[in-house]
Design a protein around this ligand. Structure first.
Ligand code: FDA
Length: 580
């Protein structure tokens, strides 16, 4: 007879999405099991750009400093270089990820944390430890082979890959975070929208001491464009894994135009050519292949089953949104599942997951795909075209640096393409600006119009649906962010004259049997608005109020004191928890 284990939530997958879900569910005390068919966490670097929203989630989990220590700082991520090789001619350089003087203050002002460059092989063990420290039950070498659901449960048959034993996990809900070849998506029948196989790539993880070529122009990405072969995006992009002696060389190719030899010998030869210095010793650690997809699920919920991460959205690495969006999906679903399985909220709250995250997935896959096309415009802008032989290619490059009006025009055209690539490398609005409209938000306030380009620039607002704006506050001897005021619970934020909101919140919390934290922010209050930053960012009067969800999105606001704060909060919280 098959053994059956009961749990509240089954998480399928222990990549960035599944591990974040696992850690957050454990933090909320949810009875959950996470399964992964791999023997452990990622064994290669893969995704690496970690943006501020993901870092805020790690801050909330108490692992921000660990992630930062294991990764490469924002300052060292900043210089994208295009060159014929590391030792060869530098063609262009551009500042990225907010490190340029024109963008530094945008990034610094938006969040208490900064971006980090950390490979998945280093990030995932930190997430795993954070989850297991909180008691998460994570089962590696455990493969989901079958999943189905009825009105009351999800039934998963899993196989222990070490013993070949199978058993059943019966859960109230399941979260499919099982990556780009998701069994959950296939067997539960989620509908995917888009195209697959739009391009192919080889990842070559290698060691090579390139300090003398990289330390003076530090950055996460080094693009090589070598004359003498057919170009698509170039000859290879080096992602920094360790400064400056470990990299992933990504080679993109179009199988319709060329076949590529992925043997170690061929990849070593390519690395040697694109490094351009035969004295540099190169050791290949791993070679893997992946493909470019442009796909998003039409819905993220089917009955009792949800999907997130690459299971729900698959796109090229441009903009570095892959693991970031996956981590943020988990942050959205975890608190909702926690409230529903504990009876604090109705199942209807879970509908808001798909309503909120699917549009984000749509935006992310479209942005990443458009960014690949933008990046592809750089090679022809230099005058380099497919089919040029080596001599023609070098002549083109020499011409590019020439003194003719034509050369100057080319240089101007390259600069214009580099500037346009800010939509990939300084795309702060897409990185941070998720605004939700769903049953998980109570609002009649329209979102304020964007005053700058909504993709390039983040527009903080406290309008319900947006992320709580960041402002620095003084709390005793500690400098804290407004985002730090939210510690896993619904949080009411008010200021001078707002005490009635706080007493109303504690009464409503008692009535509903949930925790609502109360915070008073203002000059000389417990959370002291010493710089007046909150006054400027809050968009409410001192005695107004924000209700912030555990994922730090504003759920509701009143810009000033109400005649009936208790009635107002009672009605809003009943609506948010589906217990009206
Ligand atoms: P992820 O794929 O990380 O994890 C899936 C999890 O599901 C794994 O734990 C796996 O064991 C588990 N699983 C799958 N099927 C299962 C089953 N049937 N039963 C149980 N468990 C199951 N991105 C980027 O931005 N830059 C890059 O350079 C790269 N490079 C890259 C290389 C390679 C080889 C891959 C595979 C992927 C990339 N990516 C990437 C994409 C990036 O890695 C991706 O966006 C994130 O890992 C997505 O995280 P998830 O947690 O959603 O899935």
């Amino acid at each position: 007879m098959t053994t059956t284990i009961d749990t509240d939530v089954l998480v399928v997958g222990a990549g960035p999405c599944g591990l974040t879900a696992s850690a957050l569910l454990a933090r909320y005390g949810v009875d959950a099991i996470t399964v992964s068919r791999f023997p452990s966490t990622a064994h290669t670097p893969r995704a690496h750009i970690t943006n501020q929203r993901a870092m805020e989630i790690f801050r909330d989990l108490g692992i921000e400093s660990e992630v930062r220590a294991a990764g490469i700082s924002n300052e060292q991520m900043g210089e994208n270089v295009w060159a014929t090789s590391f030792a060869g001619t530098e063609l262009a350089r551009a500042r990225s990820w907010g490190t340029g003087t024109d963008r530094r203050s945008d990034y610094d002002g938006a969040s208490p944390t900064s971006m980090t460059n950390i490979g998945q092989h280093k990030l995932e063990p930190i997430l795993r430890a954070a989850a297991e420290k909180r008691g998460a039950d994570i089962r590696f070498n455990t493969e989901l082979v079958e999943i189905r659901q009825d009105d009351d449960h999800v039934y998963a048959t899993v196989r222990d890959r070490e013993t070949a034993d199978t058993y059943q996990i019966r859960a109230k809900y399941a979260f499919g975070a099982d990556g780009g070849r998701s069994t959950v998506v296939e067997q539960i029948g989620f509908h995917m929208d888009g195209e697959t196989g739009l391009g192919f790539a080889v990842n070559v993880w290698l060691e090579a001491d390139l300090t003398k070529y990289r330390a003076h122009r530090p950055g996460a990405l080094f693009f090589t464009l070598q004359p003498g072969r057919d170009f698509w995006l170039g000859s290879g992009t080096y992602v920094t894994v360790e400064p400056w002696n470990e990299f992933v060389l990504i080679v993109m190719y179009d199988p319709a135009v060329e076949q590529i030899d992925v043997s170690e010998e061929a990849m070593l030869a390519r690395a040697r050519k694109t490094i351009g210095d035969d004295d540099v010793e190169i050791t290949i650690k791993n070679i893997s292949q992946w493909q470019i997809n442009h796909v998003v699920a039409k819905e993220y919920r089917k009955g009792r089953v949800f999907i997130g991460g690459d299971a729900a959205h698959r796109h090229p690495p441009a903009n570095g949104l892959g693991s970031n969006t996956s981590v943020q999906d988990a942050n959205n679903i975890a608190w909702k599942l926690a409230m529903v399985v504990s009876g604090q909220a109705d199942d209807s709250l879970l509908d808001s997951y798909s309503q909120e995250r699917q549009p984000v997935g749509r935006q992310v896959v479209d942005r990443a795909m458009a960014s690949v096309e933008l990046l592809g415009k750089l090679t022809p802008a230099f005058g380099i075209t497919a089919g040029q032989d080596e001599q023609q290619g070098w002549e083109t490059i020499h011409e590019y640096f020439g003194d003719s009006p034509d050369s100057e025009r080319k240089r101007e055209a390259v600069q214009a393409v580099l500037d346009a690539n800010d939509y990939q490398f300084n795309c702060h609005g897409v990185e941070l600006g998720q605004r939700y409209a769903s049953g998980g938000i109570v609002s009649t306030d329209p979102m304020p119009p964007y005053t700058r380009d909504p993709e390039l620039y983040y527009h903080p607002t406290s309008t319900p649906g947006a992320v709580l704006p960041h402002a620095w506050l003084q709390h005793g001897d500690d400098r804290v962010s407004t985002l730090d005021l939210v510690d896993g619970n619904f949080t009411v934020i008010t200021g001078i004259g707002g005490d009635d909101w706080l007493s109303a919140a504690s009464e409503v919390a008692g009535e509903l049997g949930i925790v609502i934290d109360g915070r008073k922010v203002g000059p000389r209050e417990e959370y002291d608005d010493v710089f007046g930053e909150w006054k400027k960012a809050s968009e409410i009067h001192d005695a107004g109020v924000l209700i912030v969800r555990p994922d730090r999105h504003v759920a509701w606001r009143a810009t000033s004191m109400s005649d009936d704060p208790l009635g107002a909060l009672r009605s809003v919280m009943a609506s948010l928890t589906g217990r009206g």
